[in-house]
Design a protein around this ligand. Sequence first.
Ligand SMILES: [Cu+2]
Length: 466
Amino acid sequence: MQSVSHLIRFALFSTALLVNTAASAIQPGGSAPPECFQSCCKMQHAPTPQSSHDTMSHGTMPSRSMSHEHASSLIDSIELHATSGTDVEPASTPHPMWMDERAGWQFMFHGNIFVNEIQQTGPRGGDKFFSTNWFMPMAQHQLGPGKFTARVMLSLEPATVTERRYSELFQIGETAFGLPIVDGQHPHDFFMEIGAFYDWNLNEKNVLSFYAAPVGDPALGPVAYPHRTSASEDPIAVLGHHMQDSTHIADEVVTVSYAYSIARIEVSGFHGREPNENRWNIDAGAIDSWSARLTLSPTRNWSGQFSLGTLHSPEALDPTDDQRRMTASITYNRPFDRGNWASSLVWGRTRSLSNGGVLNSYLLESTLHFLSQNAAWGRIENVDRTNLLLIGENPLPAGFEETFLARVQAYTAGYDREIPVLPHFSTAIGGQATFYGKAAFLDPIYGQHPMGYLVFVRFRPEGSMH
Ligand SMILES: [Cu+2]
């Protein structure tokens, strides 16, 4: 049954691709390289001496013109709202998008669609055809002394990740059909974010910001992996997700933040329970959890954060457990001629407030876009895993307590290449391989050398809408 639905989906997808390619062939100039949004940039941001616009190649074809919108300072990044919640990347980070302006409103559309086939080895390894994706339309308008932003982020993963999970060795977190997900990653919710922002510019160096989101991303953790430029070409979740950035979809989020020059402090209240496994609906609950985050961005290329939060009853399978989460991360971004290099170092730690158990996770990842059409990336993770690995996707035994079991390493390397087939999209074909390191006592469950391979096609709105 599953392979039939795979076939149908692949047929639909191929048809759409063909139709679009044909349309671009007959439409004059339809397959022209994405145009540069010089006017938008000038409108929004003072020109900077090393604006990557000046150095990006737009004349040659095809062009992976990465830089369609970027900020000039931390304050500028905050008001750009180019990533999830109130997260920020270094100001020099390119943000591919569609952009338009009408009647004093600026409209932006960010997105990412990966169509993936993953195959993994060993007794626990699974194969899966699925799509990870998100779409983020937003509108901004000058209002009084500040800027108002409304934003929605949607994901079709509830449909494109069948069986409520995709295969990912050693991944744990959340549930599918009432059972723990083990060696798999849950899909994102259809409504990833519904939020409104107001950034009140007290003066050039001071901004007081407000964020309210029935579904949104509180001030906790690094920029969530689906939105990180250092992870832009890697289609699957980080193993440290539930210790680092899993709160990027939370309910009833309210955040107040104050930024001065290169520093920002934020405080959030939100509902601590993770989204339930009905991924189509909007969950709700009391504001019972909090977080605070300090962000420092000393130059256009560097940004770091430290954040701390208390999550009330995050897990459906262990509702009496509250958690304390602590994360720190540093991101370095460097644009250069016909490319960009983004890297992140992330630490995330979760402590159970009922049994005191501590779980740590470490991540280093880097993505290099070079010679306009190429990207190479790597990710190294070192994460604590619990005895859920032994249970697998089975009902929890009576009195089960989740405790530390072993530390697992994952090493990923990948490459993709831009293939210009769709107008107004960056389209790439690529693949990656992941090797895992683990304790020998896990050999009977995972095999001696479990590995994962993934090939994908990626689409990203980029260039002119007109
Ligand atoms: Cu997520």
